[in-house]
Ligand binder design. Sequence first.
Ligand SMILES: Cc1ncc(C[n+]2csc(CCO)c2C)c(N)n1
Length: 230
Amino acid sequence: MLFTEKLREEAAPIFEAIYNHPFVRGLANGKLEKEQLVHYVKQDFEYLNTFVRIYGVAISKCETREEMALFNEQISFVLHSEIHPHNNLCRAAGVSYDELQGYSLAPTAHHYTRHMLDAAHTGTLGEIIAALLPCPWTYLEIGQRLMQEVNPSEDHPFYDWITFYGQESMEPVTNQLRSILDEWARTAPEKELKRIRDYFILSCQLEYGFWDMAYRVEEWPVALQKEKRI
Ligand SMILES: Cc1ncc(C[n+]2csc(CCO)c2C)c(N)n1
């Protein structure tokens, strides 16, 4: 069994819980409240900014041009393509995307981004990939399963979101990251493998947490005025 197959097996209950989370159920049946969609987009816009920065750090630790090219492509993907699913959620909520940008992070999004930044700044390339991988991998499986389950027609409120993450071209990035990690794991020392496993599982838990944060419209215990980042 490949190293990432073992990780997937261990994380199976989390992947299953994510697919059954009420926010993902809401994407399936077209029923989510405006505040939940708005909170998701506000938080995800900032999350993706951090993701781009982490890919930048990952590039600084690459040894081959193939790896550099992969991260470079993914930076463009996040900056230029992932706005489409966000636009879909904004349309469904009846708000403009511009209004939802520049907000500060809620507790769970803060936790998730700090975890990835920590892996990026202190870790090896293998450790960084372990922390990043649940992001494309869980969305790929959500997209594929929703395509199977819902097979949405164009009048489904989340047609663009589902078809974006369910499209075949979403598969390669997860597979490429997995094969770099599988190769890395063949020579990594035991202690590092344990860290890689822990980073991967924590990111899976925080993927679940992110959906839950959006669904519950999570704020800080003492919420102040809706604070903008700058
Ligand atoms: C919380 C959260 N997790 C995953 C994604 C999906 N996603 C983010 S970056 C990326 C491409 C990776 O190269 C993908 C698939 C998201 N939008 N928000």
